[in-house]
Design a protein around this ligand. Structure first.
Ligand SMILES: Nc1ncnc2c1ncn2[C@@H]1O[C@H](COP(=O)(O)OP(=O)(O)O)[C@@H](O)[C@H]1O
Ligand SMILES: [Mg+2]
Length: 252
C-alpha cells in the first residue's frame, strides 16, 4: 500500500489572488496553500509571475483575492519579523565602498541615528548572524570583493534578522557557481529544520528543487499550472508542458 501523503498545515494560503501590472493581469486566480516550516519552490518560464508573487507578499503590489495567514499576526503591513526577503542577485548593487561589517552595522542599527554610532552589542550580533550562514570569516571583507555565494549569504543573514516566519528567496543561487549553490541550498534546508521558518523559493534549477523542496508550484502565464510534491510535479510530461520540449531532463 502506498503511504498516505503527509499534509503539513499551511502558514498562508492564496485565495483567487489577482495582480495587475502595466494594466495587464500578471497573476490570475492563484489559489494555493503554503505549508508551514517547509520549502515551497516556485518554477515557471521568465515572465510567468514568480517574482510578482513574492513581491505581492511584501505588500509591493495591490491585489484582489485574499492572502490568508494562519499565524495570528496582522500581515497587512509586513514587517521584518514576519517576512524576510532575498531579492534576485542581479538587482542588488554590490559595488558598495564598504565592508560586510559596515553593511551589517547600517542594517542592524535600524532606527538609531548614525551620529550616535553603532550599538555596543552590535559586534557580537554581527558575528552571530554571520555564523548562522556559515560566513563568520568575511566580516571585514569589502562587499565588492565577495564571491556570489558569499554575497548571497550576507543578504540571507540580513533577511533572517530578526527571525521571520516566512522567508522569500528569489533565485538566490543565480550567479553562484555549482558547488557554492549546493552548499547554499543545504544551508537553507538546515535553517528550515532548525528554525521552522517557511520558505518560498523561486528557482530554475529543477534538480535542486527536486532535492530540497517539499512542495512545487508551477506558474504559467500568471496561473497555476500544477501544485504538489516534487515527485508528482517534476514528471517529464509536466516539465515538457511548462518549459517546452528542449527541457526534458532534471540533471544539473
Ligand atoms: N515593471 C513592470 N511593469 C509592468 N509589467 C511588468 C513589470 N515587470 C514585470 N511585468 C510583467 O509582469 C509579468 C511577470 O513578471 P515577473 O513576476 O517578474 O516574472 P518572473 O519572475 O516569473 O520572471 C511579466 O511578464 C511582465 O509582463
Ligand atoms: Mg523573476
Amino acid at each position: 500500500m502506498k503511504p498516505l501523503p503527509v499534509v503539513i498545515p499551511p502558514l498562508l494560503s492564496f485565495d483567487n489572488l489577482r495582480v495587475a501590472r502595466g494594466g495587464r493581469a500578471v497573476l490570475d486566480g492563484i489559489t494555493a496553500d503554503i505549508p508551514r516550516g517547509a520549502i515551497t519552490a516556485i518554477i515557471g518560464l521568465n515572465g510567468s509571475g514568480k517574482s510578482t508573487l513574492l513581491r505581492t507578499l511584501l505588500g509591493e503590489f495591490p491585489h484582489s483575492g485574499r492572502i490568508v495567514y494562519r499565524c495570528g499576526h496582522d500581515h497587512s503591513k509586513p514587517s521584518p519579523e514576519h517576512v524576510g526577503y532575498v531579492p534576485q542577485r542581479l538587482n542588488f548593487e554590490s559595488h558598495l565602498p564598504m565592508t560586510v561589517r559596515d553593511l551589517l552595522g547600517l542594517s542592524l542599527n535600524r532606527g538609531r541615528p548614525l551620529m550616535f554610532g553603532f550599538r555596543r552589542n552590535l559586534q557580537a550580533k554581527m558575528l552571530k548572524i554571520l555564523r548562522s550562514v556559515d560566513a563568520a570569516d568575511i566580516l571585514d571583507v569589502p562587499v565588492e570583493g565577495l564571491s556570489g555565494g558569499q554575497l548571497q549569504r550576507v543578504l540571507l543573514a540580513l533577511a533572517l534578522e530578526p527571525q521571520p516566519e516566512l522567508l522569500l528567496l528569489d533565485e538566490p543561487a543565480s550567479g553562484i557557481d555549482f558547488k557554492d549553490e549546493l552548499d547554499f541550498y543545504r544551508m537553507i534546508a538546515h535553517i528550515v529544520r532548525d528554525t521552522g521558518v517557511t520558505v518560498l523559493l523561486v528557482s530554475h534549477d529543477l534538480a535542486t528543487v527536486q532535492e530540497f523542496a517539499q512542495q512545487v508550484l508551477c506558474l504559467n502565464g500568471g496561473r497555476i499550472q500544477a501544485v504538489g510534491s516534487p515527485q508528482e510535479i517534476l514528471t517529464p510530461e509536466n516539465i515538457r508542458r511548462l518549459f517546452g520540449p528542449q527541457r526534458m531532463v532534471l540533471g544539473r
